[in-house]
Design a protein around this ligand. Sequence first.
Ligand code: NOJ
Length: 556
Amino acid sequence: MAQSDWWKKAVVYQVYPMSFQDSNNDGIGDLPGITSRLSYIKKLGVDVIWLNPIYKSPNRDNGYDISDYQAIQPAYGTMTDFDEMLKKAHSLGLKIMMDLVVNHTSDQHEWFKESRKSKDNPYRDYYIWRDPVDGHEPNNWGSRFDGSAWKFDETMGQYYLHLYTEEQPDLNWDNPKVREEVWSLMCFWLDKGIDGFRMDVINLISKPVGLPDGEKKPESKYGSTSMIAGGPHLNEYLREMNQKVLSKYDVMTVGEMPGATPKDALEYTGFDSHELNMVFQFSHVGISGNSDKRLGHWNDEPINLVDLKKALSKWEIALDGKGWNSLYWSNHDQSRAVSRFATDDPKYRVRAAKMLGTTLHMMQGTPYVYEGEELGMTNAHYTELAQYEDVQSLNAYKEFVEIEKIVDKETMLKYLAFRTRDNARTPMQWDDTENGGFTQGRPWFALNSNYKEINAKENLEDEDSVFYYYQKLIELRHNNDVVVYGDYSVIDLDDEEVFSYRRRYNDETMLVISNFTDKDVIRDYGQVNGKLILSNYSDNKNTRLRAYESKVYLIE
Ligand code: NOJ
């Protein structure tokens, strides 16, 4: 089948099914709930919906621990509900992209249950088992969700590898049978007519030969696993996937790739690579880690704008004309965009949310809007550990406060409140009725307490809302080639207050200016000669930029 590149012009909306819309009042979002909201998503103007995992799962890691790739999580509905959702989406002109989670399965997957039965079981080699070394773990790797990456299995007298929770054993991709299983489950969904895959931590599937120890800093208990990213057979496996599966369908693919550099991304998404269309990179969400390296990304530091500009610009420049970028502020693993990258102070929140939207949507790449971002939804500002659900956050608290005792409770609670993934997972705020219109039952996870002020109904009734501003951003992309294809150059990289850049395509130049502060500042980039095509203020003061002001100009 001829591959086209429709995804270059597309905008994606991410739906976290558990928290989007409940239809049967069990407190959990579901597929009929999503179907009932497709017209809302369509109204925003996006082209594609990315669904977080909806497969059968014990939910140890909210669906990223899959026990059956070809069954729907019962709480989300049935396969018939899925087929109906897909049909309705297609009838509205919306494409559906599924999450492909194949670095690991759940420990409740039949393959793993078989694998742990005996050493000669045909599924044994589907996972990564090793003998103890001197009575200990086979190497020093730490799990990405804290603790060792190895779990000892009493019956087998061996350890298995799990880069995430111990209920998420890693698949052995070096086994051709595993790869065939993956190709076959991909075809199952593609043959149903889905339009693409977002591939979970896909750069971790090829483990280094001999599983050597990772670099261990004196202060850390475990060795790093960063060298697993981009392992020895990654290109080969992705090419095989492309050849045996993807090339037969006209679909879009995005590989989640923690640790990937622009150079790596070009290898996997370069226009001649025949692997993936684009990657999710982590450079910009990874800025401002804790100065105590042991705490990793747990911090409550406001972002440094120069670091942010550097992180985003390096990807724009490196991929231009050679590969394709993905653009996102937030997803189900990140804090709410407006709280992390600007401000959720009610005085500025709406302007700040629009300013962030402008800054990202006018770049080169495929933008992803995370559910609620189009409403300017904010962090939940938790104060108690009991308010958290997420295994990563709870594990981190246990490890750093209780076991290692490297940070006190109050400080860790502040870090969690700022960076927890739970910020993104509170239910969607549809209106100001009880539980925000998400459910008539008891929500699986409490809503953000500000749902009465921030919700979809209020946005849809206000023509000056974040929602309608995002609609304009999406329209601009659809109608202007300079937004899609223009090259990118950052202006005054060292400016700590304003993020501005130019895009150029044929003889058109677009100038984008965003004030990231709550102060008035003066900047002259020659904008007086341009035509203002979008702004988050109703009037224009030319070189004067007000709090969180953002403007887009076309310059002939
Ligand atoms: C990345 C996913 O986005 C995250 O939610 C999950 O916990 C890990 N991969 C493990 O699958």
